[in-house]
Design a protein around this ligand. Structure first.
Ligand code: ADP
Ligand code: MG
Length: 269
């Protein structure tokens, strides 16, 4: 299978680690904050390993039938339709379970037999057991900083995964990502990354939500469309973060100090 490669700047040895886990038939958990490149990494690894990728975005209402499939009635016929997990197992794909901590425990239970040496999916409704081919791999992601008691993954689930901790890239590498993704010049990319770094370092002083690489890329794309940098930063980077009031003001101040932000879009809106 040839999959178009996705541009990915590694933070460390994560690509080698995922490759080794894939060859060993082990599932992988990517732990990291939103917008740090988890999804992009899986796209990249699908291309590197030459496997298709199946993505499931997990949420509260996701059921095990949504994952494995169900019987559907069509024109008087009843036929079985594979869900995305079953399709991924049959085709030897990389199955990416995004935000796995959002799924309910009873939904995740269907994964257990795939996560150990059996590497098998049991379809209760049809009685079929499908053994995963060597190409198949489960990759899940979750954001450790957004976890709550309600959304905590069970240790018995977590401990079945090889776990790779990811974070925002070091400034130089992140600027390279912003430059590449938005097509801005290096100076713009570096200014945006400097501003983000300042905000991230202020996290302890009441700033709860920090800018991700994703919002940096968004702001840079607006700059690439000729929007003034201060406005692009306000609407692309700062306003999407939840901080309002004094914390929001302090963040504005930090951005001003970095030579960005404070275009006053909020005052107009
Ligand atoms: N290491 C990286 N290499 C290339 N692009 C990256 C990287 N990290 C972040 N990005 C950029 O940031 C965006 C958000 O990354 P994404 O993989 O969707 O984050 P996550 O899945 O962790 O929330 C990507 O679309 C890409 O433009
Ligand atoms: Mg993602």
């Amino acid at each position: 299978v040839t999959i178009p490669d996705a541009f990915y700047v590694p933070a460390g040895p994560e690509c080698d680690a995922i490759g080794a886990a894939w060859r060993a038939g082990l599932p992988v958990m990517l732990a990291g904050p939103t917008g740090c490149g988890k999804t992009r990494l899986v796209h990249h690894m699908a291309a590197v390993l030459g496997r298709p990728m199946v993505t499931v975005t997990c949420h509260d209402d996701l059921t095990s039938s949504d994952l494995v499939g169900r019987f559907l009635v069509a024109g008087g016929d009843v036929r079985w339709v594979d869900g995305p997990l079953t399709t991924a197992v049959r085709t030897g794909a990389l199955c990416y379970l995004d935000e796995v901590a959002e799924a309910r425990r009873d939904t995740l239970a269907v994964l257990h037999s795939l996560l150990d040496d059996r590497r098998a999916l049991y379809l209760e409704r049809t009685g079929e057991t499908i053994t995963a081919p060597p190409g198949f791999m489960l990759i899940a992601s979750y954001n450790p900083s957004s976890r709550s008691i309600l959304k905590e993954l069970k240790p018995s689930f977590r401990q079945r995964f090889v776990t790779i901790a990811l974070d925002y890239l070091p400034p130089e590498a992140e600027a390279e990502v912003v430059r590449h993704e938005a097509g801005v010049d290096t100076a713009v990319a570096e200014r945006l990354v400097r501003a983000a770094t300042a905000l991230r370092q202020a996290e302890t002083s009441g700033v709860k939500e920090v800018p991700s690489t994703r919002v940096l890329v968004v702001a840079a794309r607006l700059v690439a469309e000729q929007l003034p940098e201060s406005l692009a930063v306000d609407i692309g980077l700062l306003n999407p973060l939840s901080s309002t009031g004094p914390v929001g003001d302090a963040m504005q101040e930090l951005l001003r100090a970095a030579g960005l932000g404070a275009a006053g879009i909020q005052a107009h809106g």
